[in-house]
Ligand binder design. Structure first.
Ligand code: NAG
Ligand code: NAG
Ligand code: NAG
Ligand code: NAG
Ligand code: NAG
Length: 606
């Protein structure tokens, strides 16, 4: 990048000191030694001073400071800004007809993002240059509705230029819809508001090449312990799209409630939902899946089994230890419940659930759960004990793991039956089944990806990796965002307290966790288990920590959180501009007085 000091802003018109609105400005910013410094506006500096977003875009170092996550490839830009006329933005988008709805929705989203940073549209000054946004897909594609898979190339290149005098152009090239969509997202972060001139500005010239370090970049939401409205899920997808997260892992059911409409087994949700209003209908789910697609997000369902079932199954006589008390003897949290793998009638019911999930989600990867099976739960059932003894098995732990493997094999057959003609790749949680020796006996590395939720330093991780499994990392010591807060079954704090700060999330380096097996890491997921969280506190739990997580996965920076802090503080402000209830990180004073808060910043940087 060319660092031009002082900054030259190309203004179409001079600035009028007299603002007609009541929000006359007192402060502006100047870029001084790679830092935005707040200055009192006076007649001397008024022409030169700029808004905080304009300053941050070019003053923060080697990448425009308003982009989050930071691009991983080449970034080259000039420190010149142009005023853009937001009412004169022209889109040249691909014309594949099966994609037209996606492009229309992306265009609308782009315009929404653009105006959301303008506090009051009525005082926007007229004028500015027209902007042409042009998207070019480089590979010749079949005209089909695009589907994100593990093979999707999400890279893009973005070029902004204004060589043509009166028009600014932004050209995005990508292999497919998903890469191009990310490019639009980056472009929207390069359009900033100058509240001194009351206009939207863009970098006059920029050249960005960008692609993700990891292909699986997910958030998990548990909608069973507490229900989340469709609106709040969409808000989550909106924020995910901003930071290029690409997987919404929907832990849709659990033992506490069954909010998933299964038309072929209606009593599951009729008995299992908290109320008839707290059900995700087929319409709701299609809506969410399409909403995700537009935003570059795969919506992947999890049907957790054989543990973590209960409510909804009460008429079926296919579970063990449902609501058993004292629960602590049979499961890890109330209400207890596990499927009974010995009941033959269970498997057609599973097939019905899977069929509807595959029809609705069309997942390229499916999650079959598989965590926290309790041997004492199964062993409390005479029916299960008898079945095992009749087969000539014992009742030792290894026999119960064999029972679990039997369940897993039978359930997988039902998944494959409904997923025809494809065999989807299957995610499973780390558990007893993924431990030595059972992992070797029962799990095929070609079929299963293991989602790791142990601590990041657990030796189990190397055991799984050295066997060749692909993994998704959700080490709870950094990526369980429900940690911290009161316990809910006793006094004290919850099990994985304390609260995990964004700094730890940012520094949770997957390379360190995987060591020599880095190539087997598909990516990671940050999780919200919802015992103590519902839609009213959802945003502040995810954001801005999920943004810190997103930059780790997209850019995998060598630097630690300290060099990201000022940018994240700015990005968090943007989240709130878009009505995401992101948690405050610091007093706003620290946003306005860059790098004056961190305890070591003055030594490190100046
Ligand atoms: C410059 O802008 C004019 C008017 O918008 C257009 O006709 C022309 O093709 C542009 N030239 C280039 C090189 O972009
Ligand atoms: C549940 O099924 C078992 C056989 O598997 C049967 O003996 C029992 O009576 C059934 N219970 C109910 C309530 O239907
Ligand atoms: C299961 O229960 C039986 C008694 O019914 C007991 O002998 C056996 O040890 C138990 N198995 C496990 C793994 O606890
Ligand atoms: C992993 O780290 C935690 C602290 O975060 C520590 O208590 C634990 O002993 C470590 N475990 C191993 C196997 O190193
Ligand atoms: C991080 O460091 C490695 C090795 O030192 C280097 O190859 C890589 O390009 C660096 N990445 C970034 C984003 O600076």
């Amino acid at each position: 990048m060319k660092l031009l000091a002082p900054l030259l802003v190309l203004f179409a018109l001079g600035v009028q000191r007299s603002c007609s609105s009541g929000d006359d400005l007192i402060y502006g910013y100047e870029c001084q030694k790679s830092r935005c410094v707040k200055v009192e506006l006076d007649s001397q500096n008024f022409q030169k001073a700029i808004s905080l977003p304009v300053c941050r875009i070019f003053c923060s170092g080697d990448v425009p400071g308003t982009i989050w996550p930071r691009p991983s490839g080449l970034v080259d830009f000039d420190s010149y800004m142009l005023a853009v006329d937001p009412s004169n933005i022209e889109f040249h988008l691909p014309t594949l007809s099966k994609q037209s709805q996606l492009w229309t929705a992306s265009k609308e989203r782009f315009m929404h993002l653009l105006y959301a940073v303008v506090p009051n549209k009525n005082v926007l000054r007229k004028g500015g240059r027209p902007l042409i946004v042009s998207v070019e897909l480089t590979s010749t594609l079949d005209d089909v509705v695009p589907r994100l898979t593990l093979d999707t190339d999400e890279s893009y290149a973005l070029q902004i230029s204004s060589g043509n005098g009166s028009v600014a152009t932004a050209t995005i090239s990508a292999n497919n819809y998903f890469g191009a969509r990310h490019g639009l997202e980056t472009l929207s972060q390069l359009l900033v508001y100058d509240d001194i001139r009351r206009e939207i500005q863009i970098l006059a010239r920029a050249n960005i090449e960008d692609k993700p370090a990891y292909k699986w970049r997910g958030l998990l939401l548990d909608t069973s312990r507490n229900f989340f409205s469709v609106k709040s899920i969409k808000r989550t997808l909106d924020a995910m799209a901003m930071v290029k997260l690409n997987t919404f892992h929907w832990h849709i059911t659990d033992s506490a409630s069954f909010p998933f409409e299964v038309k072929s087994q209606p009593e599951l949700y009729k008995l299992g939902a908290y109320s008839p209003r707290k059900v995700y209908s087929h319409e709701d789910i299609k809506d969410i899946v399409e909403y995700g697609r537009v935003r570059g997000i795969r919506v992947m369902p999890e049907f957790d089994a054989p543990a973590h079932v209960g409510e909804g199954w009460q008429q079926k006589n296919m579970t063990a230890c449902f609501r058993a008390q004292p629960w602590i003897n049979y499961c890890v949290e109330p209400p207890c419940g596990q499927l009974d793998p010995t009941v033959e009638e269970l498997y057609p019911v599973l097939e019905d659930i899977y069929r509807e999930m595959f029809e609705l989600f069309d997942p390229d990867v499916f999650h079959m759960g598989g965590d926290e099976v309790s041997v004492s739960c199964w062993n409390s059932s005479e029916r299960i004990q008898n079945w095992m003894l009749q087969k000539g098995w014992g009742l030792n732990e290894a026999d119960f793991i064999r029972l679990w493997a039997h369940f897993q094999d039978e359930a997988l057959k039902r998944v494959d039956a409904v997923a025809q003609p494809n065999q989807p790749s299957i995610n499973l949680w780390t558990s007893h089944l993924t431990k030595v020796p059972y992992i070797d006996e029962y799990l095929d590395k070609e079929r299963y990806n293991i989602q790791i939720w142990t601590q990041g330093n657990d030796s189990v991780i190397q055991e799984i990796l050295k066997r060749g499994f692909r993994v998704i990392i959700s080490n709870y010591d950094a990526l369980y965002f429900d940690c911290g807060g009161a316990a809910w079954v006793a006094a004290g704090n919850n099990w994985c307290s304390p609260y995990i700060g964004w700094q730890k999330v940012y520094d949770n380096n997957l390379d360190t966790i995987a060591g020599q097996y880095r190539a087997q890491v598909l990516g990671a997921e940050a999780a919200i288990w919802s015992e103590e969280i519902d839609e009213y506190t959802l945003d502040s739990r995810f954001w801005p920590r999920a943004s810190a997580f997103a930059e780790r996965l997209w850019s995998n920076p060598n630097e630690s959180w300290t060099s990201a802090e000022a940018r994240l503080l700015f990005h968090r402000q943007r989240l709130t501009d878009y009505d995401i209830g992101a948690e405050a990180m610091q007093p706003e004073w620290c946003l306005q007085n860059e790098n004056e808060c961190p305890i070591n910043a003055l030594n490190a940087k100046f």
